[in-house]
Design a protein around this ligand. Structure first.
Ligand SMILES: O=C(O)CCC(=O)C(=O)O
Length: 249
């Protein structure tokens, strides 16, 4: 029994390490450019990902804090980013950790009947689900938001994503997955609610306490992440670069 648990934990740990590779490099500050237009940043990220980098600051009154939810970057487009790199530019005295969750470990931990159910499903991912009109589509941001909505109609991805090496992971996230295709709204809400809660179980997560000079790389195909918002009114500024991805299957 003990042996079984140890084996399971080891399997989860190694899976987590494969899909989440947080790497500390003291003193290394990668050169990432800065861009504060946060409303369009995910959208623009996809349109021109080659070499694109952005910075976000979750501290100002006019800067909406939108990363304190479990999300996978830019899944509202046909080809969400393969991965991303993140480095702090300015850190608060305490807090501001980032958490990642392995959706492969989460998928592997599902019971066989639930795995069979989700294996055959597809889900809609919607820009407006993450960037809500009442928060983002107002004031100076309205036009940019409307352009981004027009440029990003909802897309459909499999609920379980398979990589070429055979790994399979849940590919739904609280940030952008709006509904499961073919289910009633109620069925979809219940199933997605269960999957979001399951993916964010501590067993599948790592938590990174940032120091200046750290760089984290993650595989955006098989993970979700969450930026803790526990440091206001202090400031926190991060720079991020993303890597182009392909169509999930
Ligand atoms: O700021 C962070 O810790 C995470 C960044 C993030 O969630 C994102 O860029 O999508």
């Amino acid at each position: 029994m003990k042996h079984d648990i140890a084996q399971k934990l080891e399997a989860i740990r190694s899976e987590r390490e494969r899909s989440i590779n947080a790497l500390k490099r003291d003193g290394a500050h990668p050169r990432l450019s800065s861009d504060r237009d946060r409303c369009e940043h995910r959208h623009r990220q996809e349109r021109d990902l080659r070499g694109l980098a952005d910075a976000h600051s979750d501290d100002r009154a006019d800067s909406l804090t939108d990363n304190d939810n479990w999300h996978t970057d830019v899944t509202f487009i046909e080809t969400p980013p393969f991965g991303a790199a993140l480095t702090p530019k300015l850190l608060p005295p305490n807090g501001g950790d980032t958490l990642w969750s392995s959706t492969v470990a989460a998928y592997n931990a599902l019971s066989e009947p639930i795995r069979r159910l989700v294996d055959g499903l597809t889900a809609e991912h919607d820009f407006q689900h993450g960037f809500r009109r009442h928060l983002w589509g107002v004031g100076d941001r309205r036009e940019a938001w409307e352009r981004a909505v027009a440029a990003n109609p909802p897309v459909v991805h499999p609920v379980v994503r398979t990589l070429d090496d055979g790994r399979r992971g849940l590919f739904v996230n609280e940030g952008f997955t709006s509904r499961i295709i073919g289910l009633t709204q109620k069925e979809s809400d219940v199933l997605l609610g269960f999957l979001f809660a399951h993916i964010s179980k501590p067993e599948f997560t790592v938590r990174w306490r940032w120091k200046l000079g750290d760089v984290a790389f993650w595989d955006n195909r098989l993970s979700t992440h969450y930026a803790t918002l526990d440091y206001l009114p202090h400031s926190r500024t991060m720079a991020r670069a993303a890597i182009l991805g392909d169509r999930p299957h």
